[in-house]
Design a protein around this ligand. Structure first.
Ligand code: NAD
Ligand code: MLT
Length: 309
């Protein structure tokens, strides 16, 4: 069995595949025709968010049984094409939830206290103490858009730091929200009441562009944190809103185009803090998702039930 791995995963996951006796081919940064060539004789494809698994990939890969995503979001995989070609798609929905939640909290503080900007100035020899007066999260309101696994963990952590919680998620029960101390409200109310708006929805046709200029205007000097998916927040509208002082600042880990292009408007705005899709990048999370993913490949090859398919 040949397992093609096109985005780096932790050694622990590769070890599971090697120990099972498979031929493991690591081919990072392959795209276009090179990807189609590499996948043509593969029986499994292991990816993170970097590889776009399009219909062409499924057409090129006659022997493919499973595409396994070492992480949560499967928006880089054409699920309809997978179904049409009878290929299993599985993800690792649990292993990086805490890492993503912790990164979100860190990003909220980074934005509210201008930590990267102050760090940069000091490293350049400038003691700019007077230029950075931030905001506390205590007694402020956190608006959570998408109260799923990551959203709930963020709510718990920031709730414990003294924030009031409101959430918008039409697919979750009021009981669960109440258990977390969060009030379920509609999107407009969530935004209008939030001092910090944190995004935790998947990227779907329904959520694409969910937070645009109109929504940002309702935030009234609050902060936006997006560690979910680029494309949910309109990037040009956000850059403009922060630049014009409509929104106090933003912290973004994810972008509509990744890697973020050098000419992105987001990079020119001082009060926008950015990280290169690091939400899941902890040793613990990467080991966890890599082994879960490898176990799913083994299960598919052994004709056993594949979890999270
Ligand atoms: P999840 O499926 O557990 O939760 C998503 C929640 O969004 C669900 O409760 C769902 O009901 C809700 N939702 C769906 N459509 C909605 C809509 N239109 N409006 C409001 N709510 C809606 O997913 P999760 O594990 O919490 O992950 C959330 C997002 O974070 C995913 O996009 C995932 O890919 C991303 N993520 C990013 C990183 C990173 O590295 N930055 C790491 C982990 C997860
Ligand atoms: C995810 O959806 O799990 C994240 O994008 C994490 C990642 O693989 O970088």
């Amino acid at each position: 069995m040949k397992v093609l791995v096109t985005d780096p995963i932790a050694d622990a996951g590769l070890a599971v595949l090697h120990d099972a006796g498979y031929t493991v081919v690591e081919a990072y940064d392959v795209e276009g025709d090179a990807l189609l060539e590499a996948v043509s004789d593969a029986n499994a494809l292991v990816v993170r968010s970097g590889t776009q698994v399009t219909e062409a990939v499924f057409e090129a890969a006659d022997d493919l049984r499973i595409v396994a995503r070492a992480g949560i979001g499967v928006d880089n995989i054409d699920i309809d094409a997978a179904t049409e070609h009878g290929v299993i798609v599985a993800n690792a929905p649990e292993g990086n939830v805490r890492a993503a939640a912790e990164h979100t909290v860190a990003m909220a503080f980074a934005a509210a206290r201008s930590i990267p900007q102050a760090h940069g100035r000091l490293k350049q020899g400038e003691w700019a103490k007077g230029d950075f007066v931030g905001h506390e999260v205590n007694d402020k309101t956190l608006g959570v858009v998408g109260l799923g696994r990551v959203g709930q963990e963020v709510a718990k952590r920031l709730g414990a730091l003294g924030m009031d919680l409101v959430a918008y998620d039409p697919y979750i029960g009021e009981d669960r929200a109440n258990q977390l101390g969060a009030e379920l409200v509609d999107l407009d109310d969530c935004i209008a009441r939030a001092d910090f708006l944190t995004i935790h929805v998947p990227l779907t046709p329904e959520t694409e562009g969910l937070i645009g200029a109109e929504e940002l205007a309702q935030l009234e000097d609050g902060y936006v944190v997006n560690c979910a998916r680029g494309g949910v927040v309109d990037e040009s509208a956000l850059a403009e809103a922060v630049e014009d002082g409509v929104v106090a600042g933003a912290a973004l880990d994810v972008f509509a185009d990744e890697p973020l292009p050098e000419n992105s408007p987001l990079l020119d705005v001082d009060d926008i803090v950015v990280t290169p899709h690091l939400g899941a990048s902890t040793t613990e999370a990467q080991e966890h998702v890599a082994t879960t993913t490898a176990d799913q490949v083994v299960a598919a090859f052994e004709d056993e039930p594949v979890l999270n398919a």
